[in-house]
Ligand binder design. Structure first.
Ligand SMILES: Cc1cc2nc3c(=O)[nH]c(=O)nc-3n(C[C@H](O)[C@H](O)[C@H](O)COP(=O)(O)OP(=O)(O)OC[C@H]3O[C@@H](n4cnc5c(N)ncnc54)[C@H](O)[C@@H]3O)c2cc1C
Length: 370
């Protein structure tokens, strides 16, 4: 009989959460810590912003899913870990003891230029913020004009710009969307994907502001480093992600970006009873992109290894796999697809994304929530 703690109820923990009953049946206890009763699937988040999906379509009732299998779900967040005394400290002050723990605390959006207390600013993560942004677009749609700024020239900025425009059109707003991409645009994407994404957004009416970085984001205004200002009614922030600073301050070895260092078994090299997956880890064998694709690929090994560690069985190696399919949702049910050096855009690209994402939802969403 041992105590298992799952910290974070996100993509990388889906298989573990789906198999809680197996741990309980073996006499173990399971505590799950997550910030809310539902978890939103980020791949479909921009589609929710654009009105393709409802919030219910793209989220899992994680609290109920865990509790009905016998786990204790804490709507709370982990603020520190004591890996020597083996307990997790929660924001509420509660302490959760564990024998084995697995971390899936994801990442947060870089928001350094955002002024404290600035209003109508929506980071693109947690995904619930996109819903708040959509609601605000509808609230302000009756204004004579609606100006929406999106800060960040990466995939999330592209998806949010296209879908913010779709939401504004659905709301009947006389809207303009400006994408602030600093000195580069989609710099990690192949040239053709960059061109296709830019062309499709321009065709939809998105305006590109580049050449200078954003310095300050305040209520109703974006200021560039050269001092130029732009008035915006609503601002989405998609400036890249970083793991939450949780591990190093707790004495758990971390990688270059502060993510928890894990070996080929997705296990902390220092504490063999601590595992992790998704955006919150630094995978020692090779750097991994912070994309849901890896969180999904890690699901099974994470489950198998947590189970193996609790049963004193041998661990399995994680295989990151090769090239992955990239599809960006550019709004109005269009997308840009790239795989093996081949790229195209249009409705078919979005239809393929919708099919893949819906399959993921279907696997883990309980029947009563569909
Ligand atoms: C707008 C947008 C669109 C994206 N689209 C795609 C896509 O199409 N395909 C793709 O591959 N990737 C996509 N990504 C990237 C993808 O979101 C991440 O790589 C993925 O979510 C990582 O999964 P995860 O399991 O690590 O974290 P998450 O799924 O984010 O789960 C982490 C969970 O832990 C919780 N948590 C955080 N801190 C704590 C704490 N201290 N205590 C307890 N719980 C905590 C979080 O609230 C969250 O519920 C997108 C990202 C964004 C922002």
């Amino acid at each position: 009989m041992a105590k298992l703690a799952l910290v974070g109820a996100g993509h990388a923990h889906m298989t573990l959460m789906a198999n809680i009953k197996k741990f309980i049946d073996q006499g173990h206890s399971v505590d799950v810590i997550g910030p809310g009763e539902r978890h939103y699937y980020s791949g479909m988040g921009p589609g929710m912003l654009g009105g393709t999906y409802s919030p219910q379509d793209i989220s899992f009732p994680v609290q109920r899913m865990c509790e009905e299998q016998g786990a204790t779900f804490h709507v709370d967040s982990c603020v520190a870990i004591d890996p020597e005394k083996q307990y997790i400290k929660l924001k509420s002050g509660k302490e959760i003891p564990y024998d084995v723990a697995s971390f899936n605390t994801g990442s947060s959006i870089v928001n350094d230029p955002v002024e404290p207390d600035a209003k109508d600013i929506f980071t693109v993560k947690p995904i619930e913020k996109l819903l708040e942004g959509r609601n605000r677009i509808f609230e302000l749609a009756k204004q004579e004009t609606l100006q929406i700024g999106v800060v960040g020239g990466g995939p999330a900025g592209v998806e949010v710009a296209g879908n913010a425009l779709a939401a504004a059109e659905e709301a009947g707003a006389n809207a303009t969307v400006r994408l602030f991409h600093g000195k580069s645009f989609m710099k990690q994407a192949p040239e053709r994907v960059r061109t296709l994404s830019k062309n499709v957004l321009k065709k939809h009416g998105v305006e590109f502001i580049g050449g200078e970085y954003v310095d300050k984001i305040s209520t109703g205004q974006i200021t560039l480093k050269d001092g130029k200002t732009y008035d915006e009614d609503i601002i989405f922030v998609a400036m890249g992600v970083r793991p939450r600073p949780l591990f190093e301050p707790s004495g758990i070895p971390a990688g270059n970006d502060g993510g928890m260092l894990v070996n080929k078994y997705l296990q902390s090299p220092k504490y063999d009873n601590i595992f992790g997956g998704g955006d919150c880890i630094w995978y020692e064998p090779q750097p991994l992109d912070k994309v849901g694709v890896y969180a999904v690929r890690q699901n099974l090994v994470l489950y198998e290894n947590v189970m193996a560690r609790m049963s004193n069985e041998p661990l399995h190696e994680f295989n990151p796999g090769g090239d992955y399919l990239l599809i960006f949702n550019t709004g109005k049910n269009t997308g840009v697809l790239h795989k093996f050096g081949f790229s195209f855009n249009g409705r078919t690209a979005f239809a393929i994304k919708d099919y893949i994402d819906s399959k993921f939802i279907d696997v883990f969403k309980p029947e009563y929530d569909k």
